[in-house]
Each structure stands twice: as structure tokens, then as C-alpha cells.
Design a binder for this molecule. Sequence first.
Ligand code: PHE
Length: 460
Amino acid sequence: MASSRGTFSNKFGFIAAAAGSAVGLGNIWKFPFEVGNGGGSAFLIVYLLFCFVLCYPILVTEIAIGRKSQKSAPLAFKPLGHPKWSIIGILGVFCAVIILSFYNIVAGWVLGYFVEMLLGNFEIGNHFNEYVNDIAEVGGYTIAFLLATAYIVSQGVTKGIEKFSKILMPLLIVIILLLTIYALTLDSAMEGITFYLVPDFSKLNLNVIYRALGQSFFSLSLGLGALMTYGSYLSKKENIVSAGAIITIVDVGIAFLAGLMIFPFVFSQGIEPEGGAGLIFMTMPGIFQTMGPTLGAIIGSLFFLLLSFAALTSTISLLELPVAYMVDKHKIKRKNAVWYSSAIILLLGIPSMLGNGYSEFFTNFITYVGAEKPVNFMDFVTDIASNTLLPFGGLMVSIFAIYAWKRVNLFEELSQGNAKFPNTFLAKYIGFSLKYIAPPVLGTIFIITVLEIFFGVKII
Ligand code: PHE
């Protein structure tokens, strides 16, 4: 059975790996700047609602589909008797490749910042825009990062990631906690906290909802089958419902904490919260500088090093998608599948790398109909893959679970390792959300935003 494909050693191993996939740049790099762009608290509230009401039930369903079928995402639907639905999985592999193409680049910046902090170069925060356009340097770090991911995935997932996730994730949480405490002692802490936590619904609009939804899927590694693939390595003895709850709470908790840490810092540095993708890169070095040269270099380099590891456990789960697909479907050797996918991902990343000012064409890549400003290539692929296709994948998973696979079969799988499940509150909650909340909400947002953002047709 699963043994030939490798299994996680126990529930903790699975949770560590899945939480390792979920927790990454999405929490500490992307979440804060999306909150900053989305007007602060308004974004946060919508995001939290999406995570718990919509995403958690879908997350549990993805893991169940993977474990039941014992297959990676695109092949998971056939053993359940619904081969046509494989398209969801194929779309997921496509999303993973696209996401990885830009994720790697940001991970490269993080790795570069680790070195800069080690050297005590706190000034780099003021030169972020020049830094990302030093293509030779940034490109080198990107390649280094991709090679590390490729090496671990070529060794087989279960062995590779468990080890990392178990030790380094708790350490990352500790350092963020310490930094949050430091942030709260700063003079401008209140300003940051007000921006982040005091509800201001005047900032709420369709774009905020659209981005908060995309962020919730992106952060939980949802909607592309990453957790299906991990679920396929999970033993029948384990309780998916509780593991899923832990993964969701850890992921959302770390993002929330990252916000609590960053906004006091942002305001104390006099940086605009709408700073975009550079937000943490512009803010954090100045903070480390206030700690003095030695302590600043230690804490600063540790922060970016741990963030690199958090990114690594996420890139591993992303690269695993095309690799597991090639191995399972086309019987390509794992090592070869890893190198083919990595090469494609690297090439696809080039426009994103050049789109931060280096190339005018990729920097002002596209102006959506009716929009004021053009977006760069990285934002464009983020909109396509993570903000649009991931929630669409989630929509398909919920429809699949209720109308094709059927609730009884889903519940039967969720009862493995959790015999009392069908009579619990969570069972009602999951069943209700998958049927009555996910399809209408995701479907409506998908249609409205695709029409408005990509075609300029305003419905509301
Ligand atoms: N969830 C990861 C993060 O927050 C990114 C990711 C998305 C990983 C989709 C796997 C699949 O950084």
C-alpha cells in the first residue's frame, strides 16, 4: 500500500509537514503586505472568516481525498470512481508550478537578507528596490534555493520534510513571539495595532474580499491538491479532522502574530503600510538596527534564516505536486521529474524577477480594464494562480465532495481514526459549509471578480 510511496512516521510527522507547507512566506511576507494594502483590520476580519468558515472544511476534504485514494492530486479522483474530476488536480499542478516560479524568487530575497543581516548591513532596508534588481545576486540566491528544494524532494518527501518542520517551525514561532513583544514596547505600537485590529469597514470593498480569499487559500496551501498529496502519505489510524484543525489554527495563528509584530514596526519606521511586496524587507532591517550592531546581526540573521526554512518546507510541498504527478502518472524516475520541473519553474520565474523595475515591460506588465495603474508580472501571476485559481480549486473540491463523491463517503473516510466523527458538531459544520457555504460564496466571488478584474465588467 502506501509503504512503497513512503508514509509519515506518525500524526505529529504529518502535522509538522502539512503545517510546514502551510506556514511560509505566505504568513510572514505576503499576509502583512496584503493587510497593509487592504486597509488593515477590514482585510484581517474577512481573512479570518474565510479561513475558518470556508477553508477548514475544504482542507479536511482535500486530506481525506488524498488518503482515501492513496494517490497524488491529479490521480486521486480515478480510484474514487470519478476520473473526469482529475482536471482539478491537473489545474492544481499548473498552479503549483506558477506559484513556485515567483515564490522561489522571494525566498531568494530572504536568503540574501540573511547574509546581509549577518554582515550587519541594516541599510539594505532603504535600498530594497535596488537590491531586487541586482539580478545576478538575486538570481544566484533563487537558484540556490531551488536547488535546496529540488535536492530534498528528490530524496522523497516524507523523510525530507519531517525533520525540518519539527525543529525549525517551533523556533520560528519563538523568534516571532519575541519580536512581537519587542514591537509592543515601541512608542508607535498603538498606531500599528489600531491599523491592524480596530475594525474600519469603510475600507471594505470587492477587491479586499477577493484578495483576502486568495490569501486564505494561499496561506493554507489549499485548492491545488498539495494537501491531497500529503494526505496520500497519511496512515488510516490518524484523525484528519483534528489534524486539520491544528494545521489551520497554527497557520492562521502565525499569520496573525506576524501582523501583530510588523505593524508597530512599520509605523515606528515611518513606512507606508501600503508598501507592497517589499514591506517586510524595508521594515525589518531598521528594527534590527535599533538592537545594536551585534544583537541586531544575530537576531536579524536568525529571523531571515528561519524564514528561509519556513519557505523551504512550503516550496517542498509545491514542487512535490508536479513531481508526484510525473512519477505516478508517467512513471518518470523521481530524480528526473525533479530536475525537469525545476528547470521549467526557473524559466517561468524570469519575468517575475525582471518585473520589479529591471525590465519596463514586465514591471508595467498589464493594466486591467478600468484599473488606474498597471501591475507587474509577479502580481499578475499571483492574481491568476493564487487569487483566482486556488479558490476555484476549492470550489471544485467542495462540489466534488458533496455531489460526486458524496457526503457519506467523505464522512466514512473522516471517521477512520475518529470513529465518533459522524455524530459530532464538527461533522455538521463541515457538511453544512461544503454544501451551503462554499459553493455559493466561492462561485459568486469567482464570477464577480473574474468579470470585473479581468474583463472590466462591473456587476456590483
Ligand atoms: N502556504 C504557503 C505559504 O503560506 C504557500 C503554499 C501555497 C504552499 C500553496 C503550498 C501550496 O507560504
